[in-house]
Design a protein around this ligand. Structure first.
Ligand code: ADP
Length: 405
């Protein structure tokens, strides 16, 4: 990267992409936004800058590349196009090929294509974004930052499934883990908070957003995480079931003739908070429903949030066996950063580990407020740290492209 410190971060989904223009030196977000419903007649792009928000309909030109063109012309109009030194892409699956971020060239694209079989929807969308950005920003170096890379330090005992080993050797079926940039970011911040070097810090990080995962980090390295070969394993999530007996799948296929697409839809889109509550995939809505006049709704929301929190606590307790010492438990993600209700239930399940919560601090640590929420008697600090995956991507992109033209 030249002296230009701004990095455009792109996070592409199959019909949407999020973007942010970030000063990689400070983490300041200069501009950010979202293009959505791409490929549909009502596709749009929303660009936010300071207190301004502009939404544009994309009309017939509604593909990823069209939305990126609109973004480029907006950056030009605002005079923000000249300072961009690199483009950073979030890429979901790096398989075993990528243990760290990589400057994108033809070989890297071929390698991302090669691991795409493991996450076809995600990686395909990421590649669309990469190719569209190459067209829109010729000459600006691009970097791929993988959700899986941070977890490549997991030992075999954590990443192997107990299945016929040939399935690992021939088909790559193993646990990979996701949300790596978020776990890494908040663990680093926790080390700063603890006044320790990252390399000697051991924490359990708990990312609770629409997708949810827990990570055991031993001396700065991921040693276990709850998502698996795909982001379906582990915790209960907004619409994903998390851990489930695979026998349920066989039962649904044999007895009720579900096909692979129906199973996929059922476990990824109709389960989790949405499926169990039959109300919503959104934690806020469920917390509101705890006070609903309708008894049935109230009980459904209560059960859903109890199952959710209990499962989070079980993973935290389980991951203590991956560590030799525990410096802190760290909550992050939309729910982890904002829901004092969920944090309270989770921590109260962990009394045997000596964790105790301070109600007042727990209520205060919301809406971007970081801090400790444990009571002074707690054996281990419990922290709330807002995540910032975009900044990790921007910093990696800036670091890797230093001096690259
Ligand atoms: P994503 O994984 O898509 O990035 P987020 O990290 O933004 O999602 O998390 C979204 C979740 O955070 C939703 O379930 C939402 O209800 C929850 N959330 C956001 N704010 C609050 C809040 N104040 N109280 C409880 N839950 C919240």
């Amino acid at each position: 990267m030249s002296s230009n410190s701004h990095v455009l971060v792109l996070n592409c989904g199959s019909s949407s992409f999020k973007f942010a223009l970030i000063d990689s030196a400070t983490g300041h977000q200069i501009l950010h936004g979202l293009a959505e419903k791409l490929g549909h007649d009502d596709a749009s792009i929303t660009i936010k800058r300071e207190n301004e928000k502009n939404r544009l309909e994309l009309g017939k030109n509604n593909q990823h590349v069209d939305a990126i063109k609109v973004l480029v012309s907006t950056l030009q109009e605002l005079g923000l196009d000249t300072n961009i030194g690199a483009i950073g892409h979030r890429v979901v699956h790096g398989g075993e090929m990528f243990t760290k971020s990589a400057v994108i060239d033809d070989d890297v694209i071929t390698a991302i294509e090669a691991v795409s079989a493991l996450a076809p929807l995600h990686n395909h969308a990421n590649l669309i974004g990469i190719k569209a950005a190459q067209l829109a920003f010729p000459g600006i170096p691009q970097v791929a930052v993988f959700d899986t890379a941070f977890h490549q330090t997991m030992p075999e005992k954590a990443y192997m499934y107990a299945i016929d080993k040939d399935h690992y050797k021939e088909k790559g079926i193993r646990r990979y883990g996701f949300h790596g940039t978020s776990h890494f970011f908040v663990a680093q911040k926790a080390a700063e908070w603890l006044n320790k070097s990252f390399e000697t810090t051991s924490v359990i990080t708990v990312h609770l957003g629409n997708g949810c995962s827990v990570c055991a980090i031993s001396d700065g390295k991921s040693v276990d995480t709850s998502m698996g070969m795909t982001p379906l394993e582990g915790l209960m999530m907004g619409t994903r079931s998390g851990d489930i007996d695979p026998g349920v799948i066989m039962y649904l296929m044999k007895r009720y003739k579900y096909d692979a697409n129906q199973i996929d839809d059922f476990l990824n889109k109709q389960s989790g908070m949405l499926g169990l509550s039959q109300l919503s995939n959104d934690c806020r809505t469920l917390e509101d429903a705890l006070n609903d006049a309708d008894n049935e709704k109230r009980l459904a929301a209560q059960l859903t949030l109890e199952v959710y929190s209990y499962r989070v606590a079980k993973y935290i307790a389980g991951y203590t066996c991956a560590l030799t010492h525990l410096d802190a438990v760290v909550f992050t993600g939309g729910i982890g950063e904002n829901s004092n209700y969920i944090r309270d239930i989770v921590v109260k399940h962990l009394g045997l580990l000596g964790l105790t919560i301070d109600d007042c601090k727990n209520q205060q640590a919301r809406f971007g407020q970081a801090g400790a929420i444990n009571d002074p008697t707690s054996r281990t600090p419990v922290l709330v740290i807002p995540t910032n995956e975009e900044w990790v991507i921007a910093q990696d992109a800036a670091k890797l492209t230093k001096g690259v033209k």
